[in-house]
Design a binder for this molecule. Structure first.
Ligand code: AMP
Length: 308
């Protein structure tokens, strides 16, 4: 089943202990759609500037990602600059965020996207996430992501988005920040009262935990933790979270029914796509995978963890 995704399509300048790059095609929706494209049909809604051309389009087209919903506007594409230190590759330090053409963006949904059954609200202004959600009332499953930038200064708009989500994927720090509570389990319980039925907390190199809303809001919280594959080298952590989300949601959308076992496998497919993303700079590795490599890594996971 097809996924429609709204989120940033960006140029990133990034410095990691392994090296640096300048103004490469990236953004949350880009990482997400490349990762999800190995599992199902993906359609993107975003806006780019005059600096986005055939070379960038080709990256999406090579993965058969539908970009009819990427609007061209006068101005520059969203720009993000960040860096990582060797002691903590799990968290980026943001040096600059230029919204550019996203500042005045009015999302329009192409008619060809209307039958999408899955909707992913990747990281972007929650006002835009909400508009797209409202324009697609018939989707079967809605998941979303956000980050500290929006939690800190755009909380009321974000809370409106959260109230309509089936699944929220954020990292540890964001979970604690959103709930205003440093205990992860208490914070997760609190976030689950904001709307999402399931919260997936990403722990970077340590894996991810899914928290499921307790029945009628009472009782112990149910959780499932999936480890990340131990990697010898992390070249660039940028996009790991979005690629994890793409693998997880892409796999869910490719299945006829979402059972607890399917959800557990989806957590591992998320880990697989995250692990590929960080092996090279930017989106490079995600552009040239094949399904066989993905399944080989998934099977390695299966053996290591005795996943059914
Ligand atoms: P992550 O998976 O969290 O590493 O996401 C990295 C991507 O998020 C980068 O490619 C950035 O272009 C994008 N990004 C950074 N800041 C923002 C923001 N405030 N809104 C939307 N996207 C962003």
């Amino acid at each position: 089943m097809a996924i429609t995704v709204v989120g940033s399509v960006a140029y990133d300048s990034v410095e990691t202990p392994a090296g640096r790059y300048d103004r490469q095609l990236a953004g949350a929706a880009t990482y997400f759609s490349l990762a999800a494209s190995y599992f199902t049909e993906v359609r993107v809604i975003a806006v780019v500037g005059e600096d986005f051309g055939p070379e960038q389009e080709a990256v999406f087209q090579a993965r058969k990602v539908d970009i009819r919903g990427i609007e061209r506007a006068t101005g520059k594409t969203f720009f993000w600059q960040g860096s990582y230190i060797a002691e903590n590759l799990n968290e980026a330090k943001t040096h600059r965020t230029d919204l550019n053409v996203f500042a005045g963006f009015e999302p329009k949904i192409p008619d060809a996207y209307r039958d999408s059954e899955f909707l992913f609200l990747a990281n972007i202004d929650p006002v835009l996430q909400r508009r797209v959600r409202e324009a697609m009332p018939h989707v079967k499953l809605v998941a979303g992501d956000t980050m500290n930038y929006w939690i800190k200064d755009h909380k009321p708009a974000l809370l409106e988005v959260l109230s309509g989500l089936d699944l929220l994927l954020i990292n540890d720090t964001e979970t604690r920040m959103l709930a205003g509570n440093n205990n992860l389990v208490q914070a997760a319980r609190n976030v689950l009262t904001m709307g999402p039925k399931t919260l997936v907390v990403k722990h970077g190199e340590y894996g991810a935990t899914a928290f499921f809303a307790p029945k009628e809001g009472q009782g112990p919280i149910r959780a499932f933790r999936a480890p990340a594959l131990p990697l010898d080298e992390v070249v660039d952590p940028t996009g790991a979270g979005d690629s994890f989300a793409g693998g997880l949601f892409g796999y869910l959308a490719s299945q006829r029914e979402i059972t607890p076992a399917v959800f557990r496998r989806a957590m591992f497919y998320g880990g697989v796509m995250g692990s590929f993303a960080v092996e090279r700079f930017g989106t490079e590795r995600l552009q040239q995978l094949d399904r066989k490599e993905i399944d080989e890594r998934f099977n390695l996971f299966r053996e290591l963890t005795h996943l059914e």
